[in-house]
Design a protein around this ligand. Structure first.
Ligand code: SF4
Length: 330
């Protein structure tokens, strides 16, 4: 049985505002593909759909290409590949680019916390999209036109493809980032102050350290400078650095260091057997014998039992819903 952790867990930072994610419509089962089909991903629609409010977008439909429609693809071009319908030779690049610029602006107003794109699409693919040249095999190094404009306009937005989300590490990192971004935006909506920034930073300390110690230290220096730089500049710099840190990979080694650091706060509370047990689990996790959820669950148990205030406030122990079981496979 899981141990209930006293607030604040991730829930304490959320209010009634939903977590909104943009998504390629076909991934939710909408029959909008060129052949009249869809590419429904059950994990997205049925599992993540319990937690997120989707904002579906089909760029090809929205520029007026019907269903069914001739297939389109990317063709080599400068500065970016062109979007072409090979059968007629029609070049759709300008049409798609001007639509995408307007649409991603509008999506900014919808307060998105992330975006999930359809892989390999000349419109939606975020990487490794086929680009056809004069002859031979197409190079798999393109980015869909809509995806390129979306990522350039909102560089701090967590973006992933449905295929990459089958990787447990990428999935955990993406969803953790989505929840972190949502907490940040909730803080901003409630009225960001120096005081609330410090509370936000304090609650994310262990989580940030698991990603990048150097970035965590930079954030600490920014928070320490509060009051010496204009608030608007402080908040903007913090948001940028916060997102940068979350984009770096949280390795087993870094997690193990954070777990040991957390264990230090329980030094006085644990007896020698409990300490040895915790150390053994952290080492088993570091050596890839156990998933992260195991040492975290033990820590949560000790934190709940002994009530260490600093650790009780650390979102690292529960950054997203346990029901998603994201740490069971990393
Ligand atoms: S990949 Fe994008 S453009 Fe293609 S059908 Fe899906 S949502 Fe529409």
């Amino acid at each position: 049985m899981s141990t209930p952790l006293p607030e604040p867990s991730w829930r304490a930072w959320h209010d009634e505002e939903p977590i909104r994610l943009g998504i390629s419509s076909c991934l939710l089962g909408a029959k909008v593909r060129f052949d009249g089909g869809h590419k429904q991903d059950r994990y997205l629609s049925d599992v993540l759909g319990e937690w997120f409010r989707w904002v579906p977008v089909c760029p090809e439909l929205e520029i007026g290409l019907g269903v069914p429609r001739p297939s389109i693809h990317l063709v080599q071009g400068e500065p970016h590949p062109r979007l072409v319908e090979p059968r007629s030779g029609e070049d759709l690049t300008e049409r798609m680019e001007s639509y995408s610029r307007a649409r991603v602006e509008e999506l900014g107003d919808r307060d998105l916390d992330g975006y999930i794109l359809k892989r390999a699409s000349p419109s939606c693919g975020m990487e490794r999209v086929k680009v056809f040249g004069a002859g031979g095999m197409p190079a798999k190094d393109g980015v869909g036109v809509f995806a390129r404009i979306l990522m350039a306009r909102w560089p701090l937005l967590p973006v992933e493809e449905e295929g990459r989300l089958n990787d447990p590490q990428l999935r955990e990192r993406f969803i953790e980032h989505v929840f972190c971004r949502h907490r940040w935006r909730t803080l901003v909506r409630r009225g960001l102050t120096r005081r609330s920034l410090i509370a936000f930073h304090t609650a994310h300390k262990l989580l940030l350290r698991a990603h990048n110690e150097t970035g965590y230290a930079r954030l600490g220096r920014l928070v320490a400078a509060a009051g010496r730089v204009p608030d608007a500049e402080l908040f903007r710099s913090y948001e940028e650095e916060f997102n940068r840190v979350l984009q770096s990979r949280a390795t087993r080694k870094r997690h193990a260091n954070v777990l040991y650091h957390a264990l230090g706060y329980l030094r006085e509370a644990l007896d020698p057997f409990e300490k040895q047990e915790a150390i053994a689990l952290i080492e088993d996790y570091r050596n890839e014998l156990l998933p992260l959820v195991v040492p975290i669950t033990l820590l949560r148990h000790h934190v709940a039992k002994h009530g260490v205030p600093y650790l009780q406030g650390q979102l690292y122990l529960e950054p997203h819903p346990r029901e998603l079981m994201l740490r069971n496979r990393v």
